[in-house]
Design a protein around this ligand. Structure first.
Ligand code: CTP
Ligand code: CA
Length: 223
């Protein structure tokens, strides 16, 4: 008999992780999306499982395989991701690594939009729910630790610090996605952990190592 959960500091703890992009349909064959492989979220879930956590992994259409040992909930849109996260609560911690599309097409077409010479379609957008902000700002039932990500350019720490304030989460892992860093689409990540204690710069390391370090910090915070 295989043990379901590994022994470790997060044994008996439930952590919700969002990962991957969301796809927002335009019509049955087209969508808008964010660029995300799901690699960082997948690595985080794997690292949490290795420390004994029970992980609900809410994933958009990612290009990497989901981690083993999680409760996998596959979604497509931001609205579905929001619903899946709410259904997964309560949790001790929630980590929002998904690249959620900020907007959806207000009324997606049920039939394929046909191309007509000289007639360009005009899309009207509606704002998607902010999953991180919603969970951060819920009263009763809020996870004890809520962690967001912030992919930024230019003044990364300033943007991420403002984002943490605005959303109300406990920690933000900020990363610099300027093309010059080569982070987007690569195997490495260089993050700054923003918390009440200020900005803590982590050295550039593999995404797996970022995940392991974060999982350990989550375990330290939940004791
Ligand atoms: N996020 C979320 N739901 C959304 C948008 C974002 O849960 N609808 C989460 C992401 O998973 C990430 C964090 O919020 O953890 C920051 O996402 P980001 O796109 O950087 O924040 P935004 O507030 O959308 O700001 P921006 O204008 O920079 O896109
Ligand atoms: Ca956004």
């Amino acid at each position: 008999i295989e043990a379901h959960f590994a022994d470790g500091p997060l044994r008996g703890r439930h952590v919700v992780v969002t990962s991957g992009p969301t796809h927002e349909p335009i019509d049955p064959v087209r969508y808008i999306a964010n660029r995300s492989s799901g690699a960082q979220g997948t690595a985080i879930a794997r690292a949490l499982v290795a420390l004994g956590a029970e992980v609900t992994f809410v994933s958009g259409p990612a290009s990497v395989a989901p981690p083993a040992g999680v409760r996998l909930v596959q979604v497509e849109t931001a609205a579905q991701m929001m619903q899946a996260v709410q259904a997964a609560l309560p949790a001790d911690a929630a980590i929002f690594a998904a690249a959620v599309a900020d907007w959806r097409v207000a009324s997606a077409s049920g039939s394929k939009i046909k191309k007509k010479a000289g007639a360009l379609p005009v899309l009207e957008f509606a704002e998607n729910p902010d999953i991180l902000a919603t969970v951060s700002q819920m009263g009763a039932g809020r996870p004890a630790l809520v962690v967001g990500f912030a992919a930024e350019t230019d003044d990364v720490v300033a943007h991420a610090t403002a984002k943490r304030q605005r959303k109300g989460c406990d920690w933000i892992l900020a990363n610099d996605v300027s093309p010059a860093t080569g982070i987007m689409g690569g195997t490495d990540n260089a993050v700054v952990l923003i918390s009440d204690a200020g900005a803590e710069e982590w050295p550039r390391m593999a995404k797996d190592a970022v995940a392991e370090r974060l999982a350990q910090r989550v375990a330290d915070a939940l004791v």
